[in-house]
Write a new protein. Structure first.
Length: 304
């Protein structure tokens, strides 16, 4: 009972703080998409074909073995294509729509989602939300196009290694050789011991210049997208919601600290308690797809 009482008190305090906040940002990590079936790098889904996933998400790995890296990202694309937004995605999408943000954050002047995820599920949720709303006037008001920032790119982007051209590709396979390699492993318990080496000329190519293309994601050691804009948002934020991230990868790991340092409020939502909770004003433990919607019961009424 004491724990339940504490959580209830925190909910009320967070709602009060939200009602007074003017510039709100959400920083989302892999935990946001876990309930949608997207494996994370740092849990049981951190292995792929007996290989450490993090070791494949580097420029060096791609230079050494573009065939293997492309097969890994083909797997990630397939997972993302099959996935659907969960209730936490949908709650954030509603907060991004001004007409519904005003129901819970009456003084808010801005609300931005900064996501480390590359699965595109937040965008799908935002696109679908206006159609679900029962308020006809709200259906006509969409979120600003700049309200969501994908700082690590998109698993559906295909980027040229030479000219830099990038285009979205949501087909099941970027090229036939990736589909064939995937099919050849479907009956093997451990495809890592039976690696298929795809010739360089059969890997995805740039549709503009024909050079080798790479997945359009930000790898370890590369500069995140939209960093100047993100730094500006963090600087002026007076509230940050940290959702589904262990906050171990820079620069995202510094955002909550920076908001706290200039007097802003910090709310953390994670499946399990972590060291960052002690620095938060509000810490909620549990599945974010359950906890986050429970904070805003009026949104259930809005979507009928």
């Amino acid at each position: 009972m004491p724990e339940e009482s504490t959580q209830s008190s925190q909910r009320n305090e967070l709602r009060q703080a939200l009602s007074e906040a003017k510039h709100i940002i959400v920083v989302a990590g892999a935990g946001l998409s876990a309930a949608s079936g997207i494996p994370t790098f740092r849990d049981g889904g951190g292995m792929w074909r007996s290989l450490d996933s993090t070791s494949l998400a580097t420029p060096e790995a791609f230079s050494a073995n573009p065939s293997l890296v492309w097969q890994f990202y083909h797997y990630r694309r397939t997972k993302a294509l099959l996935a659907r937004p969960n209730a936490a995605h949908e709650t954030i999408a509603k907060l991004l729509i001004p007409a519904y943000l005003k129901k819970v954050a009456q003084q808010a002047k801005s609300f931005h989602l900064i996501t480390q995820n590359v699965d595109g599920l937040s965008g799908l949720a935002l696109k679908a939300t206006p159609q679900k709303l029962t308020d006809s006037s709200a259906k006509k008001v969409s979120a600003p196009k700049t309200s969501t920032l994908e700082m690590h790119g998109s698993v559906f982007a295909v980027q040229c290694t030479e000219c830099g051209y990038s285009a979205e590709n949501r087909s099941l396979a970027v090229c036939p050789s990736l589909a064939a390699a995937d099919a050849s492993f479907q009956n093997l318990q451990d495809a890592g011991t039976n690696h298929r080496d795809i010739p360089l000329e059969e890997l995805p190519r740039c549709e503009k210049c024909g050079a080798l293309a790479r997945p359009g994601v930000v790898w370890f050691g590369e500069k995140p997208h939209h960093l100047d804009e993100i730094n500006s948002l963090v600087y002026k934020a007076d509230m940050i919601l940290v959702i589904g991230t262990s906050s171990t990868v820079r620069p995202a790991s510094t955002f909550a600290y920076r908001v706290k340092r200039h007097g802003g409020k910090v709310a953390v939502f994670n499946l399990e308690a972590s060291a960052q909770d002690q620095h938060a004003d509000y810490a909620f433990v549990g599945p974010c797809e359950t906890v986050l919607p429970s904070l805003f019961p009026e949104f259930d009424e809005a979507t009928g």
